[in-house]
Design a protein around this ligand. Sequence first.
Ligand code: JCZ
Length: 250
Amino acid sequence: MRLDVVTIFPEYLEPLNVSLVGKARARGQLNVQVHDLRGWTYDRHNTVDDTPYGGGPGMVMKTDPWGDALDTVLAEGYESGSGAPTLIVPTPSGRPFTQELAVELSERPWLIFTPARYEGIDRRVIDEYATRMPVHEVSIGDYVLAGGEAAVLVITEAVARLLPGVLGNAESHRDDSFAPGAMASLLEGPVYTKPPEWRGRDIPDVLLSGHHGKIARWRRDEALRRTTANRPDLIERCDPKAFDKKDREM
Ligand SMILES: Nc1cc(-c2ccc3cc[nH]c3c2)n[nH]1
């Protein structure tokens, strides 16, 4: 998979050099290119913004730097055989980013991220590139950030960990919260490891019983309890029949 990020804060994307994404890049599973939007400005102040038509507070990101940057990125990507691009535009007014969307994006060969700043990007840029590729305007949550770069980090990590071979054998996304399946959308229950006693706190006996059926049922019940408490909206999405089936298997 190829990822391109165009931003006025390339240093914000430094975390893509470490941990899971950094290792995937080093192994060649992920090709990440970060581009400084100001590289496509030609005035003395490297201007990327201007006042909004119709008035109002703040500034709007100008068309030309984005258009020139995206044309360059597209030419590079096509030249290197990156496949069909998908444009991802982080915005508070976008489609919610979910595990389902992460799975969908992980199956694409090439993602181009355009994290904005200020009041956003001149709408004509999105409209122009929407004629050439799928565009996903994506929100990572109902809160307002000062720019889209944090959203790029979130989306990139959620997508990269789904790529084949990126998660090690010791990890798996099979039972992720929100992953499809009988426990679809249940939140993760509590987890424990050694030592068996810590500051007077023990491990739940069932986890030491070696009875896999009882352990699976306890974990399911804990997930249900936690989901009911924290995300009752997710309970409706679960298929109760699947639970009966799972119970019989445990
Ligand atoms: N989910 C979410 C996205 C954003 C976001 C995305 C881009 C920009 C550009 C300027 N402010 C922004 C905020 N806030 N919250």
